[in-house]
Design a protein around this ligand. Structure first.
Ligand code: GDP
Ligand code: MG
Length: 151
């Protein structure tokens, strides 16, 4: 392969993107997919599913002991979510830029969380979307949510 193709392969990453229950409820799935595609990323797998406690405890393993974890579980199981494997150059960081910061109040307008996120009474953070924070976590999360994905 020539050097330009090699560089491209080197930079291409995958990330796990999830439209959380509040995003599905607010009918923002299409808008979110539009933003992903407008940025030039490829959606290489997508499904709607009801997350269960076992999956979420593995997914959010580092947060299990936090005071807000029971509320997070309840929020993430409120209704179905849309999970996607998204591919592109530096997509882990790029998707987090499209999402905006964790706290919807602080998230920049124009980002998904800035536009559609809500801080809820009782310290609930309803921030519409999930994105892996590192390429290593992305690989781990993709295996967890898409065990059937063979490539
Ligand atoms: P993210 O990577 O930006 O989603 O943030 P984290 O990995 O730190 O947290 C995962 C998810 O847990 C967040 O998206 C929120 O839904 C929730 N969360 C994080 N921190 C808090 C908090 O302090 N309070 C509450 N209620 N929820 C939180
Ligand atoms: Mg995180």
């Amino acid at each position: 392969i020539d050097i330009m193709n090699w560089r491209k392969i080197e930079m291409t990453e995958r990330t796990l993107a999830i439209v959380k229950p509040d995003g599905v409820n607010q009918k923002k799935v299409g808008e979110i997919i539009r933003r992903i595609e407008r940025k030039g990323y490829d959606i290489i797998a997508i499904k709607m599913l009801q997350a269960d406690e076992k999956l979420l405890r593995q997914h959010y393993a580092e947060l299990v002991g936090r005071p807000f974890f029971p509320g997070l579980l309840k929020y993430m199981m409120e209704n179905e979510v849309v999970a996607m494997v998204v591919e592109g150059d530096n997509v882990v960081k790029g998707w987090r830029t499209l999402m905006g910061t964790t706290n919807p109040t602080e998230a920049t307008p124009g980002t998904i969380r800035g536009d559609f996120g809500r801080d809820w009474p009782g310290d609930e953070v309803r921030n519409v979307v999930h994105g892996s924070d590192t390429p290593e976590n992305a690989e781990r999360e993709i295996k967890l949510w898409f065990p059937e994905l063979k490539r």
